[in-house]
Design a protein around this ligand. Structure first.
Ligand SMILES: [Zn+2]
Length: 82
């Protein structure tokens, strides 16, 4: 699988909608791919921000493309505040 596909899995994992098989394969990939580890750290850091915070357009576009599930939550205000 390509990194971009793992990026989607990372977002799925953060959404807590990942299957056990996917989780295992993602874990194995993260062990050997610093880029994807960085992506995960980035997603976790933005998932902790308050809803309504202004994000740079680049990030917004990036997230909308790679993490539709995450963005849905973000837009509907279902992320835990703080
Ligand atoms: Zn990767």
């Amino acid at each position: 699988m390509k990194c971009k596909e793992y990026h989607k899995l990372i977002s799925t994992e953060i959404d807590d909608e990942i299957s056990e098989d996917e989780r295992e394969s993602l874990k194995r990939h993260l062990d050997q791919c610093p880029e994807c580890r960085q992506f995960k750290a980035f997603l976790l850091s933005v998932s902790g921000v308050h809803v309504g915070i202004k994000m740079p357009n680049l990030h917004l576009q990036f997230l909308t493309e790679l993490c539709p599930g995450f963005m849905r939550k973000m837009m509907s205000g279902k992320l835990p505040a703080g």
